[in-house]
Ligand binder design. Structure first.
Ligand SMILES: Cc1cc2nc3c(=O)[nH]c(=O)nc-3n(C[C@H](O)[C@H](O)[C@H](O)COP(=O)(O)OP(=O)(O)OC[C@H]3O[C@@H](n4cnc5c(N)ncnc54)[C@H](O)[C@@H]3O)c2cc1C
Length: 572
């Protein structure tokens, strides 16, 4: 049957909006669009994961696991890339994509860590959340790299608040110029050694602040969180298994069920988006082509607007694979820059140290966050021989924390030793901004395809001299701060890890003022195909030093509200 030139099947497959991906950013797109009354289809390549019901290991004890939480040698050998991720273990492996399940071509080593399921990586993220400031948004223009961001902090400020109030962020209002305050719930506490380091850093340095990490945990749920059915954090730190209390933010516990309550949401899982369909006569995108992961059947879905939230690299892949007569090199890719200027975070520096004293003190619970020192290099002026800066994360713990935490030994002596907490140790790491460069790119393989006939992604991304200089600076400054704080036996090491393992990949579809040098405008619309919005990490023009997902959420909420308004005005 046909009505208005549409078959009934096409009508059944027609929505106001399509969101590709149900992870952190896709969940936000779905929530905002559904609340604005748009019938929204979320397409998710992974399996369904329902809050609580599908967290099979959430309440298990170490002795309930065959390998006590570790993975078998065979599993590790079969999937060496995902095995590098610290959160991949016996209790969480079902939320990670195994290497063989979605291969890619590493022209240069890149550890691509993926979570394909309803909720995406929102189930397995570490929940650290910090706002960007204008020190980040103005950096490319000021320092002459990438292109100027078409937005500034004031454009996102109210959306940060909007997101934070719903998500629930624990932390302090720290009053730091380059780390604007969030809307916060009560903070977790620094422990005694961290407090001692905080004092020493304050004594010895200007403009360096030790703070407790702001994180997406409900320390004191408010009415809006109770309405979501979420409860207080129990400080179990078993978060990567899925939280049965809904205490940390995930799409599954928060945005998706909220969107569902509006009656406007349809979620279709096991649905790999192959490409976006561009209509040459209407000169816009009209829908997407989907492959069912179980039957391999192809279906088309249609909508007025499409939000691409498949996570940075898959978003690049989908756009590159969306070829038409108008866009032979990928959707919106008139300037040939799609897939280029990819960046990540410099995670190569670690420092371990001992701390003598406070042996009569301990800490309560398993705090799900850590201490941070926000960026202090090249902030108010260029004061180093490298561009941009880094934040430092650190935490102090007792050495026998977590069944000895890798401690060696056997027999009665070993067991007795484990009953004592051991001395204090401090672990410190860098989270540094990288400079996006044209050479750091992804593209489609011309020969290799995945199980669904989609070209594999080629990753060609590497660290550079700027990252190396930043790393050496971190070692110098980190060691000095620890020494001045009274630490001993300070051991720095370069993990030499490849890009990717930071799991903060960004860029490839960057925002900018000019269609000649960027792909997206200030509302995250493709310059040349305005009804397609990209609001995950792919849209990032530069990388900042803050954990990025909070900014992805704020950008998504802003763009979704703009899109809904534009539809109302008849502009889309
Ligand atoms: C161990 C770990 C720790 C982390 N810690 C932090 C942290 O502390 N703070 C922070 O800010 N960030 C952290 N991150 C990164 C964070 O998880 C990501 O930045 C965030 O999830 C990105 O959101 P997203 O919506 O872009 O992607 P995702 O959450 O990954 O969601 C993307 C979704 O799209 C789906 N998809 C992909 N391709 C297709 C397709 N072709 N068709 C249909 N669906 C598709 C995927 O299955 C997935 O569900 C961490 C990540 C990991 C793994």
């Amino acid at each position: 049957m046909q009505v208005n030139n549409q078959t009934t099947q096409e009508m059944d497959n027609t929505f106001d909006a399509i969101v590709i991906g149900s992870g952190i950013s896709g969940g936000w797109a779905a929530k905002e669009l559904c609340e604005k009354g748009l019938k929204t289809l979320v397409l998710e390549r992974g399996r369904p994961v329902k809050h609580m019901a599908d967290y099979p290991t959430a309440m298990k004890n170490p002795w309930d696991f065959k390998y006590r939480g570790d993975l078998s040698k065979q599993v590790k050998e079969n999937d060496p890339i995902v095995d590098k991720c610290y959160a991949y273990e016996e209790a969480t492996e079902h939320f990670f994509v195994k290497d063989h399940e979605h291969p890619y071509v590493q022209e240069k080593p890149f550890d691509w860590i993926k979570g394909y399921q309803e909720g995406g990586k929102s189930l397995i993220w570490a929940r650290q959340t910090q706002r960007w400031s204008d020190f980040e948004f103005e950096a490319p223009k000021r320092d002459g790299f990438a292109v100027d961001w078409p937005i500034r902090y004031k454009d996102l400020e109210k959306w940060y608040s909007h997101v934070e109030e719903f998500v629930g962020i624990s932390g302090n209002k720290d009053g730091i110029a380059n780390l604007p305050d969030s809307e916060v719930l009560p903070p977790f506490e620094l422990n005694c050694v961290e407090k001692a380091i905080q004092e020493k850093v304050k004594e010895n340095y200007e403009n360096r602040h030790v703070i407790i990490g702001r994180c997406a945990h409900l320390t004191e749920p408010k009415e809006i969180h109770i309405q979501q059915g979420r409860g207080k954090c129990q400080a179990r730190h078993l978060c990567y298994r899925g939280c049965p209390f809904g205490a940390y933010f995930s799409s599954n516990s928060s945005t998706l069920p909220w969107a569902e309550k509006t009656g406007n949401l349809t979620i279709r899982t096991n649905s790999v988006v192959h490409s976006i369909i561009y209509d040459e006569t209407q000169k816009k995108a009209i829908g997407v082509k989907v492959i069912d992961t179980e039957t391999k059947a192809e279906t088309e879905f249609y909508a007025k607007i499409i939000f691409v939230n498949a996570a940075t690299l898959n978003t690049n892949l989908i756009l590159l694979n969306s070829k038409s007569e108008r866009f032979p090199n990928g959707l919106g890719n008139d300037n040939g820059l799609l897939g280029k200027y990819v960046g990540f975070h410099n995670y190569r520096g670690n420092i371990l140290a001992d701390y003598d004293g406070f042996e009569d003190q301990y800490y309560y619970g398993r705090r799900p966050t850590t201490a941070f020192i926000p960026s202090f290099k090249n902030v108010f002026k260029q004061d180093s021989d490298f561009l941009r800066g880094y934040m430092v994360a650190f935490g102090a713990s007792r050495k026998n924390w977590g069944q000895g935490n890798g401690k060696e030994g056997f027999g009665a002596d070993f067991k007795n030793d484990l009953t004592k907490p051991g001395g204090w140790q401090v672990f410190m790491m860098i989270q540094g901004e990288t400079i996006p460069k044209e050479a750091n790119h992804v593209r489609l393989s011309e020969t290799e395809k995945d199980d669904w006939g989609i070209p594999q992604l080629v990753t060609s991304i590497e660290y550079d001299d700027n990252d190396e200089k930043m790393l050496q600076d971190f070692f110098k400054e980190g060691e000095e701060m620890l020494a001045k704080s009274g630490c001993t036996n300070i051991r720095p090491w370069d993990t030499k890890q490849a890009p990717g393992l930071d799991i903060h990949e960004m860029g490839g579809v960057r925002m900018g003022h000019d269609p000649k040098t960027s792909l997206l405008n200030k509302h995250n619309q493709l310059h040349n195909c305005k009804n397609v919005f990209v609001t995950d990490g792919a849209c990032m023009t530069s990388m900042g030093n803050q954990n990025p997902s909070l900014t992805f959420m704020a950008i998504t909420a802003r763009a979704a509200n703009f899109a809904a308004e534009e539809i109302k005005k008849g502009n889309l």
